[in-house]
Design a protein. Structure first.
Lengths: 402, 402
């Protein structure tokens, strides 16, 4: 299942950062990059063709995620979706319900993607209380800590379904249950925001299955086009917009709809979710063999995040303390392997992984991460070759420094 | 110059709402919708190919608009660009310079696009003083009014280069001069934000020519793809982000870059600006003939906005008091003409044109607008046929109601 043009010698192991565009998604986008260029808000035929396409895409996403179409909002991507979910919820409570910022508490973790961690940091800057629930050494939210942190002031809990660096899949059901119990206890509402950007190819994103009030997807991470995403919400939260204008998307997200983009994300999400289980099972087998081999072969290598079922099926993340893994990534790149050290969004600037620091409190480990995120096409032999190459690099570096 | 597939019988007269995608832009986007799917922030080859594309696109835009590439920020479209320019400027002054909201004044007009008017309305809701400079009966900013309104507290003046409904082209040079004089008088800084979404096909958008501190373009309005835009800034304003995350675009606009989209907008802007003058001259001739014919033929029709050079070359906007022009637009659509009554962003909900209300203070006129925005391919015969059809409609309606 190799569906994009690639150099046969390259081994692409950075599916967490970017994915190829599904040919079916591209084909469906095509008419809207050609003759069907109308503005969906226009009343004439050209506009209505575009409107039908956008609403058809919304229905498609709604069916794939098992929600009503009116709860599906198209966004400009995962970062915008997370910002809108977090900021939009708080602003709506502030503006409509008159709640002061300092009277609201948001709980999150120290291992979130920057679009969540910096959006909550922004809330802190305007006076909202932001608290961090502890995660254990594998990255799981400590439910007992969460129970203690939750209070009458808590209005939002935000966590990634699957962590983008170490792949830990959070116990969203147990979290939801705990949030609901707390709501009953205090007679409050606590909205559950789940950044599911890494999930669609490997986990069920059916809305009820996840149990979120606000679920954020990013087309670019599940074989859709870049620059578009989806925010699905339950009946409960009201969202204030973060972009003001023409009132598109029920006033939640103004701006002329990216018609081709929303078609693309709809096709991608439907495809990703249709056979996520079989895809995940295959990837997990490949991943588990490769993880075992890496840990056996690379002296000093340790796994970051959990083993087994509660880890995103396509994610391997190891540390090799003492090794400069930024250089390792560049060295591997020159030998045909596309890998990363941490989140692409954290930039090429080096530095430690905040995620691995948070779970391990070990600077050497946080400075020596390597992430391999495989795709449906990754072969066991690709990962055996990777292991061989990495072994050569690590041995060389150790020889040089001893 | 018909470069998109269309039904030959359709006459598309809504270029202000949406434009076809330039084939050259589509072709340049193609590789990034296929094999070159890397994340520009990744350090490996796939990432660097995408990075080079994004920075190449930035250079391309910079050359077309005659600015340095570091002052070009890619956005998710015109609405986001306007929001970022307005909110970002005020937030930066508030956060970095410690200026209180109530100590800042923003001046704009009553005829701006909703992405400007509602962004400034949002500023008002957080305590910023928002003042409206008067416009004359053709829509031009009253410079004497502006001179009186400008104060020591003024930090931002926002106006569209060319109005999206009535096409009035503002005297940006004179405005800039006045703002600079005021800065000297008070020893302050007044940032000049220009929404140029409607401009690239018909006016020079060279940065120095416009004279703005913040210039906003939208790909979808100049034959680029939907969902992407450009914000160009001078050395003077600092912008606080409105989306928090990975720190892309110098931290001004987080989110994985829409690589294909930025390539598309770059090609579109370069093409639009390369021969805007010749394109505008041809369109103006077609437009002027059609305007004359419409005003002669349609009983009671009046032109909204100015005649001549200071009107966007492709814009005709008339009112036919007493006629329900929403119905007229639908009737014309059924006969092959795609027209609008006002801004598409204002939605299909009917109601008056706030722009025409502001210039005329005439409710009947504001409720009976029709906008025809032509393209480089619009033929004089198309507009003659339109005039004939509209005459039939108006005559019928007048007969029915008399």
């Amino acid at each position: 299942m190799i569906f994009w043009e690639k150099e046969t010698k390259r081994v692409y192991l950075d599916w967490a950062a970017a994915t190829p565009l599904l040919p079916e998604a591209k084909a469906a986008m095509e008419p809207f990059l050609k003759g069907d260029f109308g503005n969906p808000s226009a009343i004439h035929k050209e506009g209505q063709v575009a409107r039908l396409a956008v609403e058809g895409a919304r229905d498609f996403v709604a069916r794939a995620l098992q929600v009503r179409p009116e709860f599906v909002t198209f966004t400009g991507g995962g970062t915008e979706g997370n910002n809108l979910a977090i900021k939009g919820t708080i602003e709506a409570l502030h503006q409509a319900a008159g709640r002061s910022y300092s009277d609201m508490e948001v709980i999150t973790t120290k291992i979130e993607h920057s679009s969540v961690s910096l959006a909550t940091e922004h809330l802190r800057s305007i006076g909202v209380q932001v608290r961090y629930v502890g995660v254990d050494e594998e990255g799981f939210v400590k439910l007992s800590d969460l129970r203690e942190l939750l209070s009458e002031k808590t209005v939002l809990f935000s966590v990634a379904y699957a962590n983008n660096e170490i792949g830990v899949v959070q116990p969203v059901h147990q979290i939801k249950k705990l949030l609901r119990q707390t709501e009953e206890r205090f007679n409050t509402q606590i909205f559950f925001h789940v950044d599911a950007a890494q999930a669609p190819l490997w986990l069920s994103c059916q809305f009820e299955t996840v149990g979120a009030d606000l679920l954020v997807l990013d087309a670019a991470k599940c074989c859709g086009p870049k620059g578009v995403g989806v925010l699905v919400r339950s009946r409960r939260p009201v969202l204030a917009p973060i972009l003001f204008g023409g009132g598109q998307e029920q006033g939640i997200r103004s701006g002329t709809e990216n018609v081709a983009g929303v078609i693309g994300v709809a096709i991608a999400i439907e495809w990703a979710q249709t056979n996520w289980r079989a895809r995940a099972e295959l990837a997990r087998a490949v991943r588990d063999e490769a993880t075992r081999l890496l840990l056996e072969t690379i002296p000093g290598a340790v796994l970051n995040g959990p083993h087994g079922e509660d880890r995103l099926a396509n994610n391997i993340n190891i540390s090799i303390p003492g090794i400069n893994t930024e250089y390792a990534a560049v060295w591997l790149d020159a030998r045909g392997f596309a890998v990363s050290t941490k989140s692409a969004c954290a930039g090429a600037g080096g530095g430690e992984s905040a995620v691995v620091k948070a779970i391990s409190n070990d600077a050497a480990r946080a400075h020596s991460t390597l992430r391999f995120t495989i795709g449906p096409d990754t072969k066991p032999s690709d990962l055996r070759k990777l292991t061989e190459a990495l072994k050569i690099y690590v041995t060389k570096m150790r020889d040089l420094t001893q």
